[in-house]
Design a protein around this ligand. Structure first.
Ligand code: PEP
Ligand code: MG
Length: 540
């Protein structure tokens, strides 16, 4: 009953939010519903109850186990899922305890402050009254941050060393760009904030109004914008986006939301949903990129250097049964369609490409025969791509060219491996920077080498959806960028407002700069001078 009541709450929250945030953001509630499903936490709790535990104890135990599993992951996005699990657990517990929650009347206009602001907290509160968010814990990867962004609420997350009560009943102004919080600001600062907020809205309206137009520079350079997908893959909202395809489907994400490996049939269904969603556009499905910062909860790995260890293609080639099942499922899902592309993560050597290709071919012929498909008629051999994210792969581009159809640059990992900075280690977080001149030089080098060998190349790391990053990448010659849904229309608008000559000047300066700060400053100044400053700071 408590679970049913929680489900009803979530439905109600989702209904209330509909129309206020994009549908793909709303999908967070589907994820919550999924966590309550039997296959996730439900079964585990039920089993403990059957063993004689009290429901509350069983729930607490299972939630803590899930939370610990997520927190042990080094991927910061997945770590944040621990918050979702805790939130769901608390909701069910509340119903189990049958406690009524008392609520203070809310002011007309307030800044939400909590130890940890959660996505459902945001959903429960009236959107029109939330002026800003301050979360003492959390990061820009949390669902609350993602929701805040799509609800256009300025948010500051991860405010260390300040007590919650310090902010109580004070006048506050929050700048989500700089992460600054003004306490009891003077009148002129407040007036300025009001004006900036108005300008932000004007900018958003402009971006949305132009979402139907092609992404091209003023001198007619057309850029393909693609979508990065992982968690919430089948929302109608995604169909309405003006994109050219899916540039990265992170297949490991659904694997991590379960408590055992999905079967071939289950995977087939999962992939079918994604391919059906974009029937006329290419969908790049990356094979499992687990290990390192993304171990599967049911496949524990203990390594001293997990990022340099058994990760991505290394792990799946050592477990060809896992790899084959996944490829077979992708191929079965693609029967009657021609939009499947396969992408291999963490490639270091050509032998890995050879081995993976051999297994893909084997799966292809097996599936064709078993399913009675006509090769090349209703079952197509998918194009194969390799991720360029291990620096060694840059020097292997010519050697790999004849073996693959395309390359995709994983700038997130390329940054961490090139700079030797663990992308999730807080102590060295300030050293991890995709604007580092060495990272930009290597991205430039990759673009040039791919041009020379005549292979299509895209970028699917976070840099592709970053306003300044997207401009530099286009200047380098990248014509395909893959990013999350929030950034698609922003990047389109930015591109429509620049000329290639401007981009070339920016790139030349960036490549000569000595450090990331110089590059950031130069980009901000340039964007400001061409009327795009609103994408790198508050206001229009
Ligand atoms: C990357 O490394 O840039 C990438 C896109 O893959 P992930 O972030 O999933 O490692
Ligand atoms: Mg990567």
């Amino acid at each position: 009953q408590a679970v049913a009541r929680t489900r009803a709450d979530l439905k109600e929250l989702s209904r209330r939010m509909a129309g206020q945030v994009p549908d793909d953001t709303l999908a967070i509630f589907d994820v919550y519903q999924g966590m309550l499903d039997a296959a996730s936490m439900g079964d585990a709790v039920e089993n403990m109850i059957k063993e004689g535990w009290r429901a509350q104890t069983a729930l607490k135990y299972v939630v803590e186990q899930f939370v610990a599993q997520f927190e042990a992951l080094e991927d910061s996005y997945l770590q944040e899922r621990a918050t979702d699990v805790r939130d769901i657990g608390q909701r069910v517990l509340l119903h189990l305890q049958n406690r009524q929650r008392k609520r203070k009347p809310l002011p007309d206009n307030f800044i939400l402050i909590a130890d940890e602001v959660t996505a459902s907290m945001l959903a429960e509160l009236p959107r029109d009254q939330i002026a800003g968010i301050i979360s003492l814990n959390g990061s820009s990867n949390s669902h609350a941050a993602i929701m805040a962004r799509s609800m256009n609420i300025p948010a500051v997350l991860g405010v260390d060393d300040i007590e919650l009560h310090f902010f109580s009943d004070r006048l506050l102004a929050v700048d989500g760009y700089t992460g600054e919080i003004y306490v009891d600001p003077p009148a002129q600062v407040l007036t300025q904030f009001h004006q900036l907020a108005e300008e932000e809205q004007e900018l958003r309206d402009i971006v949305t109004e132009h979402s139907h137009l092609p992404a091209e520079t003023q001198d007619g350079q057309r850029i393909s914008l693609h979508l990065n997908l992982g968690l919430d893959v089948t929302h109608d909202y995604l169909k309405t986006l003006n994109i050219d395809g899916v540039g990265l489907y992170r297949s490991e994400i659904p694997f991590m939301m379960r408590d055992q490996l999905p079967t071939e049939d289950e995977q087939t269904e999962m992939y079918q949903e994604v391919l059906d969603q974009f029937p006329d556009q290419p969908v790049v499905m990356r094979t499992l990129d687990v290990g390192g910062d993304k171990p599967l909860p049911y496949f524990p790995l203990k390594e001293d250097n997990p990022f340099l260890g058994w990760r991505g293609i290394r792990l799946t080639l050592d477990h060809p049964e896992i790899f084959l099942i996944q490829i077979r499922a992708m191929l079965r899902a693609s029967i009657g369609k021609s939009n499947l592309r396969i992408l291999l993560p963490m490639i270091t050597s050509t032998s890995e490409v050879d081995e993976a290709s051999r297994l893909i071919k084997q799966a292809y012929f097996e599936v064709a025969e078993e399913q009675g498909c006509e090769v090349g008629v209703n079952l197509f051999q998918p194009q194969l791509g390799v991720m360029i994210e291990v620096p060694a792969a840059i020097y292997q581009l010519p050697a790999m060219a004849s073996k693959v159809d395309f390359f995709s640059v994983g700038s997130n990992d390329l940054t961490q491996y090139l700079l030797a900075v663990d992308r999730n280690n807080r102590r060295v977080a300030s050293l991890y920077d995709a604007y580092h001149p060495a990272v930009l030089a290597s991205l430039d080098e990759i673009a040039r080498r791919c041009e020379e060998i005549g292979k299509p190349v895209s970028v699917c790391g976070e840099l592709a959806g970053d306003p300044g990053g997207a401009l530099l990448l286009v200047a380098m010659g990248y014509r395909q960028l893959s990013m999350n849904s929030y950034n698609v229309d922003r990047v389109r608008w930015i591109l429509r407002n620049v000329r290639s000559s401007t981009l070339n000047v920016m790139l030349a300066k960036a490549l000569q700069a000595r450090n990331p700060d110089q590059i950031r400053k130069m980009i901000a100044e340039k964007m400001e001078s061409i009327g795009l400053g609103g994408f790198v700071r508050a206001g229009k």
